[in-house]
Design a protein around this ligand. Structure first.
Ligand code: SAM
Length: 211
């Protein structure tokens, strides 16, 4: 196991398997021992990045802006160990489940907003967040990260999962990643990039810092 785990993310045994886990109410049917719940890296790009030992810089307790929260699978784990966690999701259906996950988490703030329009939540999200986690799986993933750069502290980090097929199903993922990296470099410098294939087909994990 890598040493890159934030405080509040532990390795615990569930049914004889050592798994990453956070302390909180279960959200997606994951195994729980009543206090800790397993974090499934096959269901979570950030979970995969941690399993793979990527240099996320997460320590625990930080302020997080999470883009593409869906029904709360990953962001609920984040809110278990982070500080204030703003969770942006624009689809109403998954957002209902996200609201449910937030009921037992007083640091999780769901926002039914479009991540391409950061001005619509700029009055709610504090500036200088420590971390942006992004998993929107939509066309224009680099642009979303650049447009939300305004919220990130100068020494903050972007933890981005790029889904190649969301940009262009017809192109080789490696060509898509090159384009995304090039566009992203307008506003970020890279700390680490790594394929998440072991857990998520055609996804690239990127850790970056604002320029
Ligand atoms: N991050 C989630 C997790 O690990 O639990 C899964 C996210 S899913 C792959 C992508 C989500 O991003 C979808 O729920 C989709 O509705 C949302 N999304 C896509 N484009 C968005 C946008 N512009 N603004 C907000 N949410 C967006």
């Amino acid at each position: 196991m890598s040493d890159n785990r934030p405080a509040g993310v532990e390795r615990r045994s569930f049914d004889g398997d050592e798994r990453l886990a956070t302390h909180g109410e279960p959200v997606y049917g994951e195994p729980t021992d009543g206090e800790w719940r397993a974090w499934n890296p096959n269901r979570s790009k950030l979970g995969a990045m941690l399993e793979l030992g990527m240099d996320t810089g997460l320590e625990g307790g930080e302020t997080v802006l999470y883009l593409g929260a869906a029904s709360g699978t990953t962001v609920s784990h984040v809110a278990d160990f982070a500080g204030p966690t703003y969770a942006v999701e624009f689809a109403a259906r998954p957002a209902r489940d996200l609201l449910e996950a937030a009921k037992s988490r007083d640091r999780l703030f769901p926002l039914l907003k479009d991540a391409r329009k950061p001005e619509t939540y700029a009055h709610v999200v504090e500036s200088d967040v420590d971390v942006i986690v992004q998993d929107v799986a939509t066309r224009g993933q680099a642009r979303v990260a650049l447009e939300n750069r305004r919220f990130l502290a100068d020494d903050g980090r972007l933890l981005l999962a790029v889904k190649a097929r969301s940009e262009d199903v017809t192109r080789e993922p490696s060509a898509v990643y090159d384009d995304v990296r090039e566009e992203l470099s307008e506003g970020y410098e890279f700390v680490e990039t790594r394929g998440l294939e072991e857990y998520h087909t055609d996804h690239l994990g990127i850790v970056a810092q604002p320029l």
